[in-house]
Design a protein around this ligand. Structure first.
Ligand code: MRU
Length: 362
């Protein structure tokens, strides 16, 4: 995707030195486009934990490169196992992190240590390239949903509600939930996106709005609580969200607040679609509510807000009464019964084990 006319992926290897890794610091967006250079595994782990880099598919790709950085220094069996364990522990909910590290370990462990660093860079690049193509296909497979609605309301935009950021900043390129929207916009279909602000970290207000704006997609940021009202008044044609982990039965973990949108969508007859790559499916578990670990993040993310002052400087302010404690569960689970369907790189399917197996076999 492009920022000011320059094409970026969300993670890439330095072209000059051939080994250090670059990411866009997402804690500085939308105010500053700052590129970070990661030269050590610990820096990659910190970037994931602190959410300088984020989004389920992207943290998998960055962790893969983090492992390559570790093996450059020490390619031994012990170093491989240690780095996989440390990187896996950075964030608990998105399964893509574990998927990428397991894929790396399976490719690297059988090799002699002297071959591991080069092979790690090649495997991480393959993971990144796979994500780009996968997300492009998710866009193709979601596009007909938007086109069908557009055909039913000629001359008026298709209104799509999304939550958090499941765009190119959350993947290596294109995004998951936003990929069909970009493809529809590029195909000349009039779309308008309701962007949930997505408290507490505001990935919608800060990242999704930035992405859509950079690409010229009409959008409006709304308070998280506005979605139900808009649905009641016919202002939402469909919802498309991303996900951090889907059970084999189709339960969907995504950013906190997604479940409430799915409930409101069901009550108002609004289709609720979830877009995901193969790397987000956790075939090992069946019950999302009890089996998906939900990340609990710092209370300060709830009590404090960061933004630009009128003077144009970045500032963090407290918005909660002094002394009041805050809780910060970062994800919730939407049961499969509330999900209209899944959009994957292999096509669309019902949110069910039969639906997923129909696309992926097994
Ligand atoms: O905590 P984050 O910002 O990493 O959470 C991201 C989300 O919840 C996204 O919706 C998700 O990763 C979708 S995958 C593109």
């Amino acid at each position: 995707m492009k920022i000011d006319g320059t094409h970026y992926r969300s993670v890439w290897v330095d072209a000059a030195d051939g080994w250090s890794v670059h990411i866009i610091d997402q804690t500085r967006l939308p105010w500053q486009v700052e590129i970070l250079r990661l030269a050590e595994e610990a820096q990659a782990a910190h970037a994931i934990r602190s959410m300088q880099t984020r989004g389920a598919p992207l943290i998998g790709a960055v962790a893969a490169y983090g492992l390559a950085l570790a093996l450059r220094v020490d390619p031994s069996d012990a170093a491989l196992a240690g780095a996989v364990a440390r990187l896996s522990a950075t964030r608990p909910t998105a399964i893509n992190l574990r998927w990428a590290l397991e894929r790396m370990q399976a490719a690297l462990a059988p090799l002699p240590p002297t071959d591991r660093a080069a092979a790690a860079y090649a495997e991480a690049a393959a993971i990144a390239d796979d994500d780009v193509e996968t997300c492009r296909r998710i866009g193709q497979n979601g596009l007909p949903l938007i086109a069908e609605i557009a055909a039913r309301k000629p001359g008026r935009p298709v209104n799509i509600l999304t939550h958090c950021n499941a765009g190119w900043l959350a993947t290596v390129d294109y995004g998951t939930a936003l990929s069909p929207i970009y493809q529809a916009h590029d195909a000349g279909i009039a779309v308008h996106v309701w962007v949930d602000e997505t408290r507490p970290r505001n990935q919608g207000a800060a990242l999704t709005a930035f992405e859509l704006g950079s690409h010229g997609v009409p959008h409006t940021v709304i308070a998280d609580n506005a979605g139900g009202h808009l649905m009641q008044h016919g202002e939402v044609d469909l919802c498309i969200v991303g996900t951090d982990r889907v059970t084999r039965t189709g339960d969907v973990a995504n950013k906190i607040g997604t479940y409430l949108k799915a409930l409101a969508a069901r009550d108002n007859g609004v289709p609720f679609w979830v877009a995901l790559p193969h790397s987000t499916i956790d075939w090992r578990i069946a019950d999302g509510v009890t089996e998906i670990p939900i990340e609990e993040r710092a209370a300060a993310e709830v009590t404090d807000l960061t933004g630009l002052t009128a003077a144009g400087t970045l500032a963090t302010i407290r918005v909660v009464a002094a002394g009041s404690p805050a809780a910060n569960p970062a994800f919730d689970v939407t049961p499969a019964r509330l999900v209209t369907g899944l959009i994957t790189e292999r096509g669309r399917c019902p949110a069910s084990e039969a639906g997923l197996r129909g696309l992926y076999g097994g």
